[in-house]
Design a protein around this ligand. Structure first.
Ligand code: HEC
Length: 224
């Protein structure tokens, strides 16, 4: 058998053997090129056939920019620019805390315009999850229930004893920094608006849990 093979091999013409060996070796060239491109380094950028929007002209920090007469790339703030979060300078108002404990009352004057503002902000920022009346049944919560993905945490109702008894400072802090699975709204809602929302939550809570004593006397007869 081995003899037979050796004889067959000897009968193959020399040029054919060379051609086969050469083509095998040559077939390694693309592989070697790929390996070199993969593991080697080069000063030239890679071949980039489809550009999409991978590269766009831009200035890097501290470069000169010939588009402006002062050639500065980093533009100074436009005159009159106000920092996004105006700090009241009062740590109690900014944090809802006094001496390490939550404050019970709202530390700014609560009047009708503040309540209206709170209502307005509540509809934008809180209602999607907590619902218009604060029962935790907003459209986002309803949709999440429909999807049944299992990862959704039900938004709290504001009408449980727990949330009703939360000090105002705690509610404020919940809006500012979020709580457990609820995200923070401090970065989007300025301090005064957060207190406005707290005042509106208090109004919602009162509206669901009021006694006859809370009704102005002139309306009591009507209710009866
Ligand atoms: C994206 C949905 C979502 C939005 C928007 C949202 N919340 Fe919540 N909120 C939750 C969830 C979920 C919980 C319960 C978190 C948990 O138990 O892990 C919660 C809990 C709360 C609680 C109860 C916290 C406690 O004391 O236990 C309060 C109060 C609250 N949210 C107020 C607000 C206010 C005010 C806004 C608007 C500024 C708001 N939330 C916006 C999802 C949301």
């Amino acid at each position: 058998m081995l003899k037979e093979l050796q004889r067959m091999f000897r009968e193959i013409p020399r040029w054919l053997k060379i051609a086969v060996i050469a083509s095998v070796v040559l077939s390694w060239v693309p592989l070697a090129m790929v390996a070199k491109a993969r593991f080697g380094t080069s000063a030239r950028p890679r071949l980039h056939v489809v550009f999409n929007m991978d590269n766009q002209p831009r200035f890097k920090a501290q470069q000169t920019n010939p588009l402006f007469s002062d050639r500065r790339e980093a533009r100074p703030a436009v005159e009159g620019t106000v920092p996004f979060a105006l700090n009241s300078g009062n740590p109690v108002i900014e944090t809802g805390k006094l001496d390490g404990g939550w404050i019970e009352a709202i530390p700014i004057e609560v009047d009708l315009p503040l309540l209206r503002r709170g209502e307005d902000r509540f509809h934008i920022y809180c209602e999607p999850c907590h619902g218009a009346a604060g029962y935790g049944d907003g459209p986002v919560a309803k949709r999440a229930d429909e999807l049944q993905e299992g990862s959704w945490t039900q938004p709290s109702s504001f009408h449980t004893d727990l949330v009703r008894e939360r000090p105002s400072g705690h509610l404020f802090n919940t809006i500012s920094h979020g709580i457990r699975n609820m995200p923070a709204y401090g970065p989007q809602v300025p301090v005064r608006d957060r207190w406005a929302i707290v005042s509106y939550i208090r109004a919602l809570q009162l509206s669901r849990n009021a006694g006859l004593d809370d009704v102005p006397p002139e309306f009591v007869a009507k209710l009866k």
